[in-house]
Design a protein around this ligand. Structure first.
Ligand SMILES: Nc1ncnc2c1ncn2[C@@H]1O[C@H](COP(=O)(O)OP(=O)(O)O)[C@@H](O)[C@H]1O
Ligand SMILES: [Mg+2]
Length: 355
């Protein structure tokens, strides 16, 4: 099977606390194991809490090449949120998830997941994971894939018989559930991956680039599923570099660049720090106005018959309107331009690069 051929068994010393004969899930080139018996886990406001979490990969001859993939990331994620970790390729997003799931181990720092310090295997019973670039054997049907992963997760057959059709319904694959996976589109494969991540009815779901390579219609369908999961009280942790998407669904987000946390906040906080207002005029403002406006320290950009002002408060906007009126400028319209998450992201990343 494609999956198991790619997989490798983690030696015990790389997976402390793991019982060796209980494979839970085989994904992304790694096999996970689950411990016997499910321990009750304490509920916590912060489902994820990392403290200076760091990872340096060592490669090459004598492991001399060091790559600092994650550099002292301290982050908390509350229960019930849709949280997105954003960043360019190679920023360390996948590494962060792998550390939280104990697929890789930190070089420094630590974290708790669902109230338990990492590494912790029992918590995986309450976690779902959609890895980046996952692949399923093409000769299996969607239902067979979910049955396989369900059994690896030790979900009893009678539960699976009920749950699989429900999940297929949720992800919109009911009509194709018995078709072979090789006939699925990229969007359908991602939705099947989503169903696979939900097979153990998890409380916390990690989704690594869930809409990668999916067309706009497929992306909307995936967003709808994620929002409906969030309404059911699940906590979702997404990795993404598709900013417009994240803006539409996330409650909070953090930007990672070259392993470092650059900024964290709500989408609103990212996009409303500074507003841009476009004021259209019947004629170009006189030069005397430009001199007077320069004294206000407001940033203005002039175009033919319009100007764009970067303002922080409504008082600033009113001062600008008073000034325009004082110079007999006739206003046609005033439009607030929203800063997109992309504007904000690019500004932050560029600042990091130039610093
Ligand atoms: N197993 C590994 N061995 C060596 N370097 C790695 C490994 N995994 C990731 N890296 C490196 O760590 C950095 C962060 O990678 P990754 O976490 O995959 O970033 P992202 O998911 O944001 O694209 C990159 O420079 C990547 O090449
Ligand atoms: Mg990645």
């Amino acid at each position: 099977m494609e999956c198991s051929q790619k997989s490798q068994i983690l030696p015990a010393h790389r997976a402390p606390g793991v019982l060796s004969d209980r494979p839970l899930i085989a994904l992304d080139g790694e096999i996970w194991y689950c411990a016997l018996g499910s321990l009750p886990l304490p509920d916590s406001m912060n489902v994820i809490s990392s403290d200076s979490l760091s990872k340096t990969y060592k490669n090459g001859l004598g492991r001399r090449n060091e790559i600092k993939a994650l550099d002292a990331v301290t982050l908390s994620i509350e229960s019930g949120q849709i949280f997105a970790l954003l960043g360019p390729n190679g920023a360390g997003k996948t590494t962060f998830i792998k550390l939280l799931l104990s697929i890789a181990h930190p070089s420094f720092g630590g974290a708790t997941v669902l109230g338990r310090p990492i590494p912790n295997v029992e918590v995986r019973r309450r976690i779902g994971y959609l890895p980046e670039n996952h692949r399923y054997p093409g000769y299996l049907s969607g239902t067979e894939v979910l049955t396989y992963f369900g059994r690896l997760a030790r979900v009893p057959y009678d539960v699976l018989r009920e749950r699989i059709p429900q999940l297929m319904e949720i992800v919109g694959l009911s009509a194709r559930k018995d078709h072979k996976v090789k006939t699925y589109s990229k969007g359908m494969l991602q939705r099947l991956g989503l169903a696979q991540a939900l097979i153990n009815d998890p409380d916390l779901i990690f989704l690594d680039e869930p809409t990668e390579g999916v067309d706009p219609v497929g992306r909307k369908e995936i967003r709808d599923v994620l929002q409906s999961l969030s309404r059911q009280g699940k906590t979702l942790f997404l990795n993404s570099h598709i900013l417009s998407e994240v803006e539409l669904i996330s409650d909070r987000l953090a930007i990672l660049d070259r392993g470092k946390l650059v900024r964290e906040g709500t989408v609103e906080e990212f996009t409303s720090a500074e507003s841009q207002v476009e004021i259209r005029l019947t004629a170009e403002p006189p030069e005397a106005f430009s001199h007077a406006a320069a004294a206000t320290l407001m940033r203005l950009e002039y175009a033919a018959h319009s100007l764009t002002a970067h303002i922080s408060t409504p008082a600033e906007l009113n001062r600008l309107i008073d000034l325009l009126r004082a110079y007999q400028c006739e206003i046609v319209s005033i439009t607030k331009k929203k800063t997109t998450l992309e504007d904000s992201f690019l500004k932050l990343i560029r600042r990091e690069v130039s610093s």
